[in-house]
Design a protein around this ligand. Structure first.
Ligand code: HEM
Length: 346
């Protein structure tokens, strides 16, 4: 009898310990993130010379592992047993690719002599420590989000007009920088006008505010995969849009005084792939496009279900949208990395 009790206690202590390690896995993965990018750069180097197939395979594998970091965060945020602190740590790790760009730009702005990797590790150790102190019992499944959900959805519809134009503009990069610039010139008449630009920025900031509020409330408890995905992609977008606007308005236009054109976007002259700093832009942009489109799809799924469409049909449509988001993100990144439509035509 006594043996059985001691055995049971040992087992639950072992499980608790294992749970503790799993809870901290997102922070460990996030800490590895910049080193994976450094490893990628060490393999591909600064010259666009042709690499042996083994080197290409190694570089691609390392980059794939870097892309796994945010998706591991989503998977761990889904865990039904985890407490709010650990779950929020998992959600936080999803934003790693875009937070690392944000950090790099801030470091450049303040001319910091400390390497980005050092600050990065310190940030994640602090977040991990906070997540442990914020551990507690799971909260009720349906958070009180009130009308914020509706407001967030309505603003999203308005903002999606800009997003669709902006991403279509980037797809023209597959045709070449001139085509990209020509389309951007047309769009700028509206979104960089005296009324359009402040309105766009204010609406984006409002969307970030309402999004973060919703994400905080939903992240207090565990949800199914699709809800978790919606919260995680929204969290990524909040940091992405803030960082992106900081890069465009503060860093490029004010600090460097350079035009925010194609060359700025692709990190010319070295480009995205062969520059030690710019490589961080690749996952940041790819996931920015992927998450913005699939986040809109997540919203559409919720609206459809609320209007009587059955879960299976709404889920299937969501899956199709996810696939389209991945194709669009890959096409934009291909264009930004130098691939051109028609380049292979005879
Ligand atoms: C591959 C992905 C992306 C790239 C390379 C990119 C690049 C750029 C560039 C170069 C500008 C300056 C435009 C100009 O000067 O006219 C810009 C502006 C902006 N982008 Fe993006 N972007 C991307 C994705 C996104 C996404 C997904 C969003 C929103 C969710 C977004 C939101 C914005 C906003 C709000 C501005 C400021 C517009 C203004 O000038 O008023 N971007 N982006």
């Amino acid at each position: 009898m006594m043996d059985a009790i001691v055995h049971g206690q040992n087992r639950s202590r072992r499980l608790e310990k294992r749970d503790g390690y799993v809870a901290l896995a997102p922070a460990a993965a996030a800490i590895c993130y910049p080193f994976l990018l450094n490893a990628f750069h060490a393999i591909v180097g600064t010259q666009a010379a042709s690499l042996p197939p083994v080197a290409i395979a190694c570089a691609v594998s390392v980059l794939v592992v870097a892309f796994v970091v945010p998706f591991l965060g989503i998977a761990l945020a889904c865990r039904p047993t985890s407490d709010p602190g650990s779950r929020r740590l998992a959600y936080a790790s999803v934003v790693s690719p875009t937070l690392y760009v944000f950090l790099g730009v801030v470091q450049a702005l303040i001319k910091s002599p400390i390497p980005d990797e050092v600050i990065w590790c310190a940030i994640w150790l602090a977040i991990a420590k906070w997540s442990q102190s914020a551990r507690g019992p799971a909260e009720s499944a349906e958070p009180v989000v009130g009308g914020w959900r509706v407001v967030h959805g309505v603003t999203a519809v308005v903002l999606s007009l800009y997003v669709v134009f902006h991403l279509a503009n980037h797809l023209f990069g597959l045709k070449g920088p001139d085509a990209h610039a020509a389309v951007m010139k047309i769009g700028r008449v509206v979104y960089r006008s005296a009324v359009g630009e402040p309105l766009l920025v204010a609406t984006m900031l409002f969307q970030i505010g309402t999004g973060l509020l919703l994400a905080w409330r939903w992240s207090a408890s565990a949800h199914d995969f699709q809800r978790t995905y919606q919260v995680a992609s929204g969290a990524y977008l909040s940091v992405f849009i803030l960082g992106h606007m900081n890069s465009v308005f503060v860093y490029a236009r004010s600090f460097l005084g350079i035009p925010t054109d194609w060359n700025f976007a692709i990190g010319a002259p070295t480009g995205l792939i062969h520059d030690a700093w710019n490589i961080r832009l690749l996952p940041h942009y790819a996931l920015g496009v992927f998450f913005v489109l699939s986040h809109l799809a997540s919203g559409l799924r919720v609206v459809l279900i609320a209007h009587g469409v059955d879960q299976r049909t709404a889920g299937r449509l969501w899956g199709v949208c996810i696939a389209i988001s991945a194709v669009v993100a890959s096409a934009i990144i291909a264009g930004m990395s130098g691939i051109r439509i028609g380049a292979f035509a005879s």
